[in-house]
Design a protein around this ligand. Structure first.
Ligand code: PHE
Length: 458
C-alpha cells in the first residue's frame, strides 16, 4: 500500500506549522525569555533558529521523505538494519513520550482558562487579582489532573482516528484566526504605557544578563519550538509528496513559528511593564498577563474565551505530532494496530504526566524538588528541551552530513526544489557549523568557556 500523503502542499505546511506553533511559542518562549533577561536571550534564539534549526528541519524532511517511514524504521532503511543510527529514532520516541506528558498539563491550564473565561473571571478584578488566579490554579492538583486527563483524551482520540481527516481542515481555519487575534492583541499592547519598555526588553540585547545556562536554554528552545530533534518533522516528512520544495517549506515554517513567538512577547512584556509585574515569573507568565489585556478591551471577555480555545487548539496540533511519533513507531516497528498503538502508549503518557500535573501542589513526589532542585514538571521540561532534543538534533545533522549516502540525500534535497544551488552550503552547515555550534554551547554550559568580564581591561 502506498504511504498516505498530505492532501495538498498547503496541507503539509499547515500540518508542519501546526506541529511547530504551539505552547512553545506563546507559553514557553516569553517566560524563558523573561527569566533570562530578554534581548540577549532572544538574539541567541534567533541565531539558533537560522543557523541550526532551519538546516536541521530540512534534514529531517529529507530523511523522512526519502525513507517513507517513522524514525526508527527510517534509520534502519537508510543506515541498515543493524546500524546503531536507529538509536536516534528510539531517542525520539522516548523524548516525545516525555514532552507530551507535561505538555498536556500546560494545555490543560489553557482549557481551564477557557472555562474561567466563560465564567467571566475578569469581571471587576484588578490586574493583580487577575494575575494571581494562576497561582491558585497551579497549586490545585486535582483540577490540573482533570484538565490533563481531558486534553490527553482529545489528543488520543484524534490520533486514533488518523491524523489528517479533521485536523487538516480545522487547522486551515483556526490557525489563521489565532494569528489575527494575536495581531489584535499586539495592536492593543502598542497603546499601553509600557510598550516601549517591553519592546526594549525583547529586542535590545544586554549581554551581561545572559548566563551560560541561558545559552543552552535558547538553543534548546529552538529545537523545541520547531519540533526538531525527536522525529516529529521526520515523520511528517514521510507523508510528503516529491513535488514539495523542502527548502521553501522549511523556510516558511521557521519564519511563521518565529513570528508568532515574537508577537507573543510583544503582547506579554508591554503588559508586564505597564502594570508593574516582574518579567521572570516563570511558567505562569502568559496566563498572568494576557488576561489583563482582555480586561482592558471592549469585548474582552469574549475574546478571552476565543484566545484560550485557540491556544488549546494550537497545543492540540502539536500534541498530535508528539503522539504520532510514538504511535507510528509501534505500528511500523511492531505491527500493532493503530488502535492499540494509540491507546497503550497514550495511556502510559497520561499516567507519566500525573506527577507533572501535581507538581505545583506537591501532592505526589513532594520531595522531588528538594533532591533535584526543580519540581517534576520543570525537570521533565529541562531534560527534554535542553538535552534530549539537542542531542537528537546533532545526531541527525551528523548523520545526514557525514554518514548518509550523499547521492541519495542530494537527490532528495533537489527533488521539487527551486533552491538546488543551496545543497552544498546546507551540507557543510550540517557537517561543520551545527556540530561546532552545539559543542561550543555545551562547553559554555559545563563552564569550560566563560564570557569575558566586561569590566576587565582587554
Ligand atoms: N513545537 C511545539 C511547540 O512549540 C512542541 C513540540 C516539540 C512538538 C517537539 C513536537 C515535537 O509547542
Amino acid at each position: 500500500m502506498p504511504r498516505a500523503q498530505w492532501a495538498s502542499r498547503m496541507g503539509f505546511i499547515l500540518a508542519a506549522a501546526g506541529s511547530a506553533v504551539g505552547l512553545g511559542n506563546i507559553w514557553k518562549f516569553p517566560y524563558i525569555a523573561g527569566e533570562n533577561g530578554g534581548g540577549a536571550f532572544v538574539l541567541i534564539y534567533l541565531v539558533a533558529i537560522a543557523l541550526v534549526g532551519f538546516p536541521i528541519m530540512i534534514a529531517e524532511l529529507v530523511i523522512g521523505r526519502n525513507a517513507q517511514a517513522s524514525p526508527v524504521v527510517a534509520f534502519e532503511k537508510m543506515a541498515g538494519k543493524d546500524s546503531n543510527w536507529k538509536a536516534v529514532g528510539w531517542l525520539g520516541v522516548i523524548t516525545g513520550f516525555i514532552i507530551l506528558s507535561y505538555y498536556s498539563v500546560v494545555a490543560g491550564w489553557s482549557l481551564s482558562y477557557v472555562l474561567m473565561s466563560i465564567c467571566d473571571f475578569l469581571e471587576g478584578k484588578s490586574p493583580e487579582q487577575i494575575s494571581s488566579l494562576f497561582d491558585n490554579l497551579y497549586v490545585s492538583g486535582g483540577v490540573n489532573v482533570f484538565w490533563h486527563t481531558l486534553f490527553m483524551l482529545l489528543a488520543i482520540g484524534i490520533v486514533y482516528g488518523g491524523v489528517k481527516k479533521g485536523i487538516e481542515r480545522w487547522s486551515k481555519i483556526l490557525m489563521p484566526v489565532l494569528f489575527v487575534l494575536l495581531v489584535v492583541l499586539v495592536v492593543r499592547a502598542v497603546f499601553m504605557p509600557g510598550f516601549s519598555k517591553g519592546v526594549a526588553f525583547v529586542f535590545a540585547p544586554d549581554m551581561d544578563k545572559l548566563t551560560n545556562a541561558g545559552i543552552l536554554e535558547a538553543v534548546g528552545h529552538a529545537f523545541f519550538t520547531l519540533s526538531l530533534g525527536m522525529g516529529a518533522m521526520l515523520t511528517y516528512g514521510s507523508y510528503l509528496s516529491k513535488k514539495t520544495d523542502l527548502v521553501r517549506a522549511s523556510a516558511i515554517v521557521c519564519s511563521l513559528d518565529t513570528l508568532i513567538a515574537l508577537m507573543a512577547c510583544l503582547i506579554i512584556f508591554p503588559v508586564v511593564f505597564s502594570f508593574g509585574f516582574e518579567p521572570d515569573q516563570g511558567p505562569g507568565l502568559v496566563f498572568k498577563t494576557i488576561p489583563v489585556v482582555f480586561s482592558q478591551l471592549t469585548g474582552g471577555p469574549l475574546l478571552a474565551i476565543l484566545f484560550f480555545m485557540l491556544l488549546a487548539f494550537a497545543a492540540l496540533t502539536s500534541a498530535i505530532s508528539l503522539l504520532e511519533v510514538v504511535t507510528s513507531h509501534f505500528i511500523d516497528k511492531f505491527g500493532w494496530s493503530r488502535k492499540k498503538a494509540t491507546l497503550i502508549p497514550g495511556g502510559m503518557i497520561f499516567l507519566f504526566g500525573i506527577p507533572s500535573a501535581l507538581a505545583g501542589s506537591g501532592a505526589l513526589l513532594g520531595d522531588w524538588q528538594g533532591i533535584v532542585g526543580k519540581n517534576f514538571f520543570d525537570t521533565m521540561d529541562y531534560l527534554a528541551s535542553n538535552w534530549l532534543l539537542p542531542m537528537g538534533g546533532i545526531l541527525i545533522a551528523v548523520y545526514v552530513g557525514w554518514f548518509a549516502p550523499k547521492k541519495l540525500i542530494k537527490a532528495e534535497f533537489h527533488e521539487g526544489s527551486k533552491f538546488k544551488s543551496l545543497f552544498v552550503g546546507w551540507l557543510w552547515v550540517l557537517r561543520i557549523i551545527v556540530p561546532i555550534a552545539m559543542v561550543v554551547v555545551l562547553l559554555y554550559k559545563v563552564g569550560i568557556l566563560e564570557f569575558a568580564d566586561p569590566n576587565l581591561p582587554t
